[in-house]
Write a protein that binds this ligand. Structure first.
Ligand code: ATP
Length: 239
């Protein structure tokens, strides 16, 4: 079937004062695909994601969602339009219960019957969250907190899910579990933009990928091609 570009980033540039972190990048996400953005520490991946989700104001550039420029919208309007970011460092509310965190993810939604169905779906994806629904989020393990952060974003009914380093700081088995769940979510048709330092794992599950180096896209290809690209092998996969 034909690929439909659901999110297009055009000439996006972001600076922190005099520090240019993202230097005019172009990206396209196809509907229904996992697209990976990989690169070293400090390459500008998080900055690019924060600008797409409206949490940082870009210096210039456009973010087209279904052809409409959302780059001037506030962060909460962008969430309401369907572009939802799962934050790095998780940012769940540790003094609230799991169920309360999930309810917060859906709080702007009016379609309450669908919210209830989505909650059931999220509990199917993450059975551990169902078991712990009355427990405080702060008592979850690091991996479970990451699951809760993803689950909470799903409760906002995204059409594009932005994930910033979901595997960061997790034990190897939990990393596998998170990547498996990302694929499972994608199989429901949800478009996913996956920012990762775990280059190998990200490119394995991504249909397309972009490599960011010091604020610029240096490679764009299918995930499979990037995994075998000599430059990627040398710079990110230990030769
Ligand atoms: P990481 O995986 O470590 O988050 P990254 O690829 O996501 O790396 P960014 O966090 O986007 O990279 O950082 C890009 C550049 O911007 C780096 O040089 C970083 O030092 C700088 N930077 C990031 N945040 C700020 C800030 N709040 N103030 C000033 N400079 C910043």
């Amino acid at each position: 079937q034909k690929q439909h570009p659901i999110l297009q980033v055009q000439d996006l540039a972001v600076s922190y004062g005099h520090i240019a972190a993202v230097k005019g990048i172009d990206l396209t996400l196809n509907q229904g695909e996992i697209t990976a953005l990989v690169g070293a520490n400090g390459a500008g991946k998080s900055t690019a994601l924060l600008a797409i989700s409206g949490l940082l104001k870009p210096l210039r550039g456009k973010v087209l969602f279904d052809g409409v420029d959302i780059s001037k919208l506030s962060a909460h309007k962008i969430v309401q339009s369907g572009v939802v970011q799962v934050a790095e460092g998780r940012a769940i509310l540790t003094t609230l219960t799991v169920a309360e965190n999930l309810a917060l993810g859906a709080y702007t939604r009016k379609d309450k019957a669908q919210v209830a169905l989505d909650l059931e779906w999220v509990y199917t994806l993450f059975p551990v969250l169902k078991q712990r629904m009355e427990g405080l989020a702060g008592n979850l393990s690091g991996g479970e907190q990451q699951m809760l952060a993803i689950a909470r974003a799903l409760m906002a009914k995204p059409r594009v899910l932005l994930l910033d380093e979901p595997s960061m700081g997790l034990a190897p088995l939990m990393v596998q579990e998170i990547f498996r769940i990302v694929q499972e979510i994608n199989r429901t048709g949800l478009t996913i933009f996956l920012v990762e330092q775990n280059v190998r794992q990200a490119l394995r599950i991504a249909q397309h990928g972009f490599v960011l180096e010091t604020g610029k896209i240096v490679l764009a290809d299918t995930g499979a091609n990037l995994l075998h690209n000599p430059k990627v092998l040398e710079a990110y996969l230990g030769g």
